[in-house]
Every structure is written in structure tokens, then in C-alpha cells.
Design a protein around this ligand. Sequence first.
Ligand code: SF4
Length: 382
Amino acid sequence: GQCRIVCPTGAITVVSDIEPVMKALADPQTIVVAQIAPAVRLALGDKFGMPKGENVMGRIVSIMHRMGFDEIYDTTYGADLTVLEESKELLEHVSSGKGVPLFTSCCPAWVQHCEKKYPDLAKYISTCRSPMQMFGAVIREYFRDPEHNAGKKLVNVAIMPCTAKKGEILRPESRTRGIQDVDYVITTEELSSIIEQSGIVFDKVEIESADVPFGIGSGSGMIFGITGGVTEAVMRRLQRGHDRAAMRAITESGVRGMEGIKKFEIPYNGKLLKAAVVSGLANADIIMDGIRSGEEHFDFVEVMACPGGCIMGGGQPAKSGPRTRAGRIRGIYETDINTQIKKSDENPTVTLLYETLLKGHVHELLHRNTREAERAEQKRVE
Ligand code: SF4
């Protein structure tokens, strides 16, 4: 994947996280929980001779259960939380009339790039945590309850298409109440080597579904794995109801496609919001320079560091050309089509969470904990 070259955080990922996770799996005093990102399920099959882009989520869940993971959840659930929070933030951002766009925050390689190269604009990055981090915090909170943890220690694992995610979990704002939310990130490539070593025959296992209560995500959560997906999910959220013609208009708005820079408008409440969807950091630089110079105006800008988005992430199986990419694109949109719930606000398991675990804790668990970050910065200065 491209990301190996472009991710500034790629360098720190030489040390594998496989060993400590295997140790945790062998320890009866721990509960080992894993969340699986959308893009992983479309790429892991590559390593085991499955057709390009085939969704192998059912096999991954089944194999990981056999390996001893106690609960397997779906990061699409976390992405649904992100859609709800980010849509709300976008509307507030637009009505505050800042004249600069709200930038997405779910790609850590982009966030780091922006902070380094465009520090003046970094404050307009969404305060939303990434789906992995929102979900990581929710999972940790859920297992704080003695009824759910049975007196055992939680080990919170994320299976990701991305090497930069290994750096994201270590950032000061990726902690809640001083505790790191996600303990380890295992990439798709690393998971494939664990499976190979386990001796489990990939295409012989029976498929299983992800566990309750965090195993159900919407189609909007699924498309986070491809460039334009975050924006399309937000557009679905801003659309009242799910009228089929309106949903089709969204897919045809210009949000889809593999171009590195896409510009289009999002109709909302009789107004048109200006959006840009960017993938690849060189393309991000073009857009950022335009925004800085005042030549370009947008309300919302989505940036993914890997060209094409996370389906082509740096943690995915390495040999991936245009045929692989085409398969993964097809796989992601087919999964969306086959998912009954299309909109994040229509995922009942997510809306229930707002009435229960998230009540009074939305900011603490779902947004970047800047106070933690400020404290860390203070320490560094001292
Ligand atoms: Fe990671 Fe996705 Fe960003 Fe690539 S686009 S660096 S895979 S989050």
C-alpha cells in the first residue's frame, strides 16, 4: 500500500503487537475484545486465495473466536457514532460562519500531516475521535461495569487496515480518564500471519456473526473504508428519512469515484454546502494551499491519506494492484447494499447507547480529549 511511504507514523510500527495480544489470549484473567474495521474484511481473503474484494467478515469472526477472543465487535458501529457526532458538528460549524471548512479527523496520517504542515488550520479539524477511538472508549466504559467484566482485566484490540492507527492509540487525546482506550492495533497483514501460524484452514471454517451489543453497524458505517464514504454517510444523515430517490441522488452527487480530489455540493435545508473529498496527501496539499490562499471555499473537507481510502491502507496485504482495488470497491458497496440499515441515525443499537451508557458522557467518550493533550504538552514544556 501507498501508506507505507506516505504515513509519517509508519516508521514507529516496526515492533509488532502480535506478541502481547497472544499473551493476553492465553491469560485466563483477561477479557480480550476486538473490533474489526470495514476495510479489513475485504482484503484479508487475498492472503487465502479468496476472490478479490470478497467480504470475509464471517470467517474472521469465527477464526478469532476459536483463537480465544472473548468478544468480536464491528467498527462500523463506531463509525455510526462518528457520523452522528460529526454531522452535528458540521451544522454547528457552518452556522458559526467561520468561513473555513470543517476537516475530518478519522485518518491519523492526515491529522498528523495537517498539524505539521498547516498548524493554522489544524484547529478546524473535527473534535470527533475516529471510529476506532470512539468505539475503543465505549468498549472500555462498558467493561468497567462489574456485571460485564466478571472481575477480569480488559484488553482492547483493534484490527485495522492501517499502520498509522498504531500511533493514533498512543496520542494523549486517545485516553479517557488517564487510561489508554485501545491497547493494541493489529493490521490486516499481521492478522493474516497469526491465522497462518494457527493452522486454522481459512476456507474450511463456518462463518459466524459479530457479537452483541456492538456487532451491528449500518451501511454508512461500512463505507467509511473508502474515499468519500465519511462524506456520503454524513449526507445520508442530513437527509430526512430514507426516500429511495434522495438516497440515489446522494450516490450520484459526485461523492463517489476514485479521483484524488472531488468537489461537489451537499443540499441541506434549502442551502448548498460546499464539500471536497480528497485522498492522498499530495492532493490534500493542493486543496490546503487553495484554502490558505483564499482561492477555495468549502464547508466540509474529507481527507484520507491513502489514495482510495482505507481499502488501500498501509496495513493491508501488500501486493495490491488495480484489480484488487476494483474488487475492494465492489465489495464495500455491495456490503452496503446488503445491509438493511443504511443510515447511522437509524441504527437502533446506536441510538439506544445514547440513552444509556453515553448519557452525560458524549463529550468525554466520543470527542478528542484535548485536556489530556494539553496536560501532556504542559509536561513536555516543563
Ligand atoms: Fe490509515 Fe485509512 Fe488513513 Fe490510510 S486512509 S492512513 S488506512 S486511516
